[in-house]
Design a protein around this ligand. Structure first.
Ligand code: NAD
Length: 499
């Protein structure tokens, strides 16, 4: 079945596209170029040939400069010594400032990431919420007391900030992922050096500038831009960085994890996924189809929690696939700056080729294209929402994180088979289950190894609940009350009391 996809060709005379935004790094409160003076340019993946931003090409020396600024801010600056309430007020103002600047921040991400601006606006609004939630919690981070250790002993557990935190983020949700990490780190009293992706650094730099304007003391949040091996790796190696938090591919996660291990450094890893969407025969098929399509094709499938494997009961599979395909055909792909677009471009042309390569491999392996599988538009990295049927667990389209709009479908007749298929992956980031029987849903979710799960839903998030991966999807948890533990040290004090 081949759907007729809806596509809006990017407008090349859009005034927001014209002009190269030039950014500086932010180190110790100062906007600075790279020590070498070198820069990296970013071309819009939706508008080939159009440079949309230029960032400093940082080096190890720049990373060291930023680490020194964060170290000084931690060791002798005001931030770790402020009351929780004082920190909280500044963090809340940062959230308000993000909210007030949604349009600018969303435009930057639409241009650099190639994502639809309507999607970007939603992410900026949620990022502001993350800051405000963390601000509230940061007022009351508690320790513990033990009063049952005997008449002459009192036990205290102090929560202390972990120190300087190095954060490395990927290109797909730069401001959102930064906002899932930074407020928890600085809310715990730490100082931060962050390296955003070389493809999409603009919104992170602007967020740090807004934070400075909101009253964040110099050196608490430093941004170094550049390539991973030149800058990000230094965070995992440098003795003045106490904790490193990496979000990105499994390949680089292994490098960061082993460097952190060699240097005995705290490490958090948020890596990839191959999320199962399990649909039992009693599910509400219309509701499921809408979220399955959204879960697989949102952001062109370039989401770590993408539900890229559909595992559906045989008896309803044909009906469900028809519905999912009809909804996929309604997705408007195209001009990221057009309010009517739901989905924009893939991140760059090499990634487009990688996604197209997986689709060819799926066909060669014997899977069937149910719909999609083609480029959309003449230029620009746009790929049609693609559904495969007849997928076998050993195929690369079943196993690898494609990070494109590709949904691989499996059928089951026995619910045990569904759970086995869902767990048949080295990843464990996300999963969802569709059924009208809550017991069936809970029993299934309890047996699926994944950190972020939904019953009769997909993709929703709240700042209150922790996120993170099982298995090879990562180590550690962000958000909620647990999120502060990643950036805290616990110290126990045995107090001997005299009478
Ligand atoms: P990537 O691993 O290529 O890059 C991530 C970041 O690491 C970038 O800033 C990059 O410059 C940097 N980097 C690259 N090599 C490095 C090195 N040797 N040392 C230090 N830093 C280095 O990932 P990507 O292509 O930017 O992002 C896509 C991946 O991110 C996908 O696998 C996706 O699933 C994952 N992701 C995970 C989450 C999550 O929360 N679990 C969220 C979003 C994306």
């Amino acid at each position: 079945m081949t759907a007729h996809y809806r596509f809006i060709a990017p407008r090349l005379d859009d005034p927001r596209l014209l002009g190269d935004r030039r950014y500086s790094m932010l180190i110790g409160g100062a906007s600075v170029p790279a020590l070498s003076g070198e820069t990296i340019t970013r071309e819009s993946p939706a508008h080939p040939g159009h440079i949309v931003s230029t960032i400093p090409k940082g080096s190890r020396a720049d990373a060291e400069r930023a680490i020194a600024a964060a170290r000084a801010a931690f060791d002798s600056g005001p931030w770790p010594r402020m009351t929780g309430a004082e920190r909280s007020r500044i963090m809340y103002r940062i959230g308000e400032s993000i909210e007030a600047n949604i349009e600018e921040l969303a435009t930057i991400e639409a241009l650099e990431v190639g994502k639809a601006i309507s999607q970007a606006r939603g992410e900026m609004g949620y990022s502001a919420e993350l800051w405000r939630y963390a601000a509230g919690q940061a007022r009351g981070l508690e320790g513990e007391t033990y009063n049952d250790l005997g008449t002459n002993t009192l036990g205290l557990v102090l929560r202390e900030p972990a120190g300087v935190v190095g954060i490395i983020t990927p290109w797909n949700f730069p401001l959102l992922i930064g906002s899932e990490r930074i407020p928890w780190a600085i809310g715990a009293g730490c100082t931060v050096v962050i390296k955003p992706s070389e493809f999409t650094s603009g919104s992170t730099i602007r967020m740090a500038e807004l934070a400075r304007e909101a009253g964040l003391p110099d050196g608490v949040l430093n941004v170094v831009t550049g390539y991973g091996a030149d800058v990000g790796q230094v965070f995992a190696e440098h003795p003045d960085v106490d904790a490193v938090n990496f979000t990105g591919s499994q390949r680089v996660g292994r490098v960061i994890g082993s460097l952190a291990g060699q240097n005995i450094k705290r490490v958090g890893l948020e890596l990839g996924g191959k999320g199962p969407q399990v649909v039992f025969s009693d599910a509400d098929l219309d509701a499921a189809a809408a979220k399955i399509s959204g879960g697989a094709f949102h952001c062109s499938g370039q989401a770590c929690i993408a539900g890229s494997r559909l595992i559906v009961a045989d008896s309803i599979a044909d009906k469900l696939l028809e519905k999912v395909e009809a909804l996929a055909a309604k997705i408007v792909t195209g001009d990221p700056l057009n309010d009517a677009s739901n989905v924009g471009a893939l991140i760059h042309h090499a990634h487009f080729e990688k996604v197209a390569g997986y689709v060819e491999e799926g066909k060669a392996d014997g899977a069937t294209i149910y719909s999609g599988g083609t480029r959309l538009g003449e230029a620009g990295a746009f790929f049609a929402p693609t559904i495969f049927t007849g997928v076998k667990p050993e195929m690369s389209i079943a196993r690898d994180e494609i990070f494109g709009p590709v949904l691989s479908t499996f059928r089951f007749s026995d619910p045990e088979e569904a759970i086995a298929l869902a767990n048949d992956t080295p990843f464990g980031l996300s999963a969802c289950v569709w059924t009208n029987n809550l017991s069936t849903g809970l029993q299934a979710i309890r047996r699926i190894k994944a950190g972020r799960t939904w019953i009769n839903g997909m993709g929703d998030g709240t700042p209150q609940m922790p996120i993170g991966g099982y298995k090879q999807s990562g180590i550690g948890r962000e958000l909620g009350r647990h999120g502060f533990d990643e950036y805290s040290e616990l110290k126990n004090i045995h107090v001997t009391l005299t009478r």
